[in-house]
Design a binder for this molecule. Structure first.
Ligand SMILES: *Cc1c(COP(=O)(O)O)cnc(C)c1O
Length: 388
């Protein structure tokens, strides 16, 4: 007998097999959807299945998704939620009134807006700071002594790259917990826990599901015994922000092709970013895959296999010029959200307004899996007619 080395399957393989989610009772090569909310007991009042009591926490598809994402993140435990915001809220609610939170400025507007409202409501000091200024940001952590530091890498819509390793060190020195929202990277491109973060979260609504038909969120931890994780687990179990079995089915099905989709989306995004960067009607492109991006070196060190599917570009002009470009798109859809198989363009300033700091001439672009030449042709046609 020869010793065969046991190697863990690659992430692509884990994803294709949905982490091994066969239906054990039939051998079905896709898992079954179990819509029951409650599970029966036998005459001796024993549960027929010891791991099935009530659907709020006993959803096999959610368990399979959690196990898969845990393996992709090299995490110790994972919980899936009913949306990305529910996942983020579970983390933030762990912070007690009177404590403080340091959060990266210029991140997903929904996170910023909810954190401001929540912290004001319960009496938590919220400190917003630019995380790309590593020294000043870590100084802010030392000064404010927070319970939680929250980053988004790469950030949406600015594609800013924070130094996770350096910020993790400063966070731990201050006795705080570092959470990273890595939605725009997915676990395939970046593993924040390996860079020192304590928690990593995702909106599963975006590239993980990838088909714009499910709301979901995920949180994974590097330490399954921490107080923070106990709180988050209880929050998911008791506060009830769970995923439905049907959404679990769609999320798991979508994730099977994540590796393939990310390959195409990252390659196309890189091509498009380079093309737009050289376009006379474009003032600036924000994409970490461009050598000219201020976070390019850091992104290269922190990410693997691509720089993601999201970018923003500033057209020459103001809001009317940006809206005119978006209005001339024929293929790329005008819609919010990101990470789907269909490319989406959005004028963030129209949603967030002046106080958010989003430039009026910024167009956010989520690159899908369409033929890249079709996307380039659509963008070129939409950009034509603008002053060069
Ligand atoms: C969309 C998004 C969220 C929120 O996720 P939902 O699933 O829409 O609740 C959080 N963070 C980032 C970076 C996002 O893009």
């Amino acid at each position: 007998m020869t010793d065969t080395p046991i190697t863990a399957p690659q992430p692509d393989t884990l994803l294709a097999h949905a982490g091994g989610g066969l239906d054990p009772s039939t051998g079905g090569v896709v898992p079954a959807i179990q819509p029951a909310t409650t599970f029966a007991r036998d005459a001796e009042y024993r549960l027929i299945s010891a791991s099935h009591l009530y659907a709020r926490d006993d959803n096999d598809l959610s368990r399979q998704i959690e196990n898969l994402v845990m393996r992709l993140e090299d995490a110790r435990d994972t919980r899936v939620f009913g949306s990305g915001m529910a996942a983020i809220a579970a983390i933030v609610r762990a912070v007690k009134p009177g404590d403080s939170i340091v959060v990266q400025s210029g991140i997903y507007w929904g996170t910023t807006a909810w954190m401001r409202a929540h912290c004001a409501h319960v009496g938590i000091a919220l400190v917003e700071a630019d995380a790309t200024e590593t020294e000043r940001f870590t100084e802010t952590i030392r000064e404010s002594g927070p319970a939680l530091v929250f980053l988004e890498v790469p950030s949406n819509p600015f594609l800013a790259i924070a130094d996770i390793r350096a910020i993790a060190e400063a966070t731990h020195a201050a006795g705080a917990v570092l959470a990273v929202d890595a939605t725009t990277a997915t676990p395939l491109l970046m593993k924040p826990l390996a860079l020192g973060a304590d928690l990593v979260c995702h909106s599963g609504t975006k590239a993980l599901n990838g088909h714009s038909d499910v709301l979901a969120g995920l949180v994974s931890t590097a330490d399954a015994d921490s107080d923070m994780w106990r709180f988050i687990r209880a929050e998911r179990h008791d506060a009830g922000a769970v995923l439905s079995p049907f959404d679990g089915y769609l999320l798991q099905r979508g994730m099977r092709t994540l590796a393939l989709r990310m390959e195409r989306m990252c390659t196309s995004a890189q091509k498009i970013a380079e093309h737009l960067d050289a376009h006379p009607a474009v003032e600036k492109v924000l994409y970490p895959g461009l050598a000219s991006h201020p976070g390019h070196g850091l992104a290269k060190a922190q990410m693997n296999g691509g720089f993601g599917y999201l970018m923003s570009f500033l057209v020459k002009g103001d809001a009317p010029e940006a809206l005119a470009v978006i209005g001339r798109l024929n293929l790329i859809l005008r819609a919010t959200s990101l990470g789907g198989v269909e490319s989406l363009a959005e004028h963030r300033h129209s949603l967030e307004g002046d106080s958010s700091g989003v430039p009026r001439n910024l167009i956010r672009l989520s690159v899908g899996i369409e033929a890249p030449e079709d996307l380039l042709a659509d963008l070129d046609a939409a950009l034509s007619g603008l002053p060069a």
